[in-house]
Write a protein that binds this ligand. Sequence first.
Ligand code: 2M8
Length: 493
Amino acid sequence: MKTLLDRQTPLGRPAPTAPADHLTLRRGAARVLLGNWTGTSTVPSRTLYPHQWSWDSAFVAIGLRHLSVRRAQQELESLLAGQWADGRLPHIVFNPEIPYGAYFPSPDFWQSSRAGRAVGAPAAPETSGIVQPPVHALAAWLVHCADPAESARRGFLARVLPRLTAWHDYLLARRDLGGGGLAAVVHPWEPGMDNSPAWDRALARVEPAAGAFRRADLDHGDPADRPTDLDYGRYVRLASTYREAGYDDRATGHRFALEDPGFNALLVTGELALARMADHLGRDGARHSERAAELTRRLVDRLWDDTAGVFRARDLADDTLVDHRGVAGLLPLVVPGLPADIVRALTDTLDGPHFHAPATGLVPSDDLTGATFHPTRYWRGPAWFNTAWLVERGLRTHGRHARARTLREALVREAGRTGFAEYVDPLTGEGRGARQFSWTAALALDLLHTDGHPDAPATGPDAVLPLTGPDTALPLTGSDTALAPTDQEEYAR
Ligand code: 2M8
């Protein structure tokens, strides 16, 4: 690992990743996932994020399926154990063994089992009360495809399908706050891009919480990168208002409510995945395909900005599009049914001045030319690996294979070079945030497998949701025997 991570060209740029490096990288990524495994699920980072996060676990499962399908299933099912009876899948499932002081807001802040009881929070485990982007159905389908026989033997799809359906039903019934057929986010943590400038204007309307709280994130994260105390005051206010209304979406009168293009695009791919699952189990998948088609239409109608060449968030307070370009606006590329002219415009935007970052080849989280751009501040400019993975998938979905390959290579190279950093300065390539970060390792692992298969998913819906083929089983044989025997033993458990 060290030799790979230390290798630079004389110009200080990473050397191209060669197949031998891929082997080293796979081992390194596997070690990260082993190291962050708690026995039932994976923490995003041992230091900064010591519990189970919702969309992190979905990305982790997508990588884990190449190492242990069983463990990938367990990752998703332990998250689903925290699901509420109203269908919501909480953004954090807390590990009771971790002291409260290790992460803020901790279980004693959310008080899910008490405050959320009326809307169906479980008695245990303790969870947060908000949600994150719905990547789970896609993850579950990909995990199933990795070993359909094992999946069938363990009844995996039959168990998760009703729960994932309830999760999407919650989003479409309870969170259509604008009445336009899209799901709204009610806290900046919900779209997963906490500190994005897309939320600045809406967040400014929120009065910060008055009481004192201790931010555990500053024990591990660089305060210059992390959101400010003022931001946190507002995050806390929004969450405590929700809690005081019993996490009831009808009673809360959400002061912060926006339709996010990334969140809703992932809901479309999730619905398509549910359609596949239902069909596979001999049930009627048409309801989900229809919902995916309808969501795609709504996404385009409500959030596409043709002049800007990007999707924008809609602020439901005044029913306007937020004047901001962020990576979330590129994520609808993952939607197979996107009109061709929009795909063309999005790929132009991706490669134009707003997002073209040659130092890493990854995709910055924010418009490079925008007034709010900052190369290292949380979701205000740095490049993240999960969004690059989604854009890569989107490019393949729409037949942009050469461009997808470039992005794939950049993701894998930068993941290894930075020690699986949480995020990267898009101007210098410097790794930032936590290291040994789980989704970085998992998604690099996933793309290493994709790369090794020349028959990688073809254009069209199957690029996203293969029934069989390249996304199916990649057992621990062949090149994967390069994993140290101890690792293999570990995964065989
Ligand atoms: C970050 O969010 C958490 C709050 O959920 C935080 O800043 O404390 C985001 O990057 C989010 O997308 C991610 O899921 C989480 C854990 O990796 O960290």
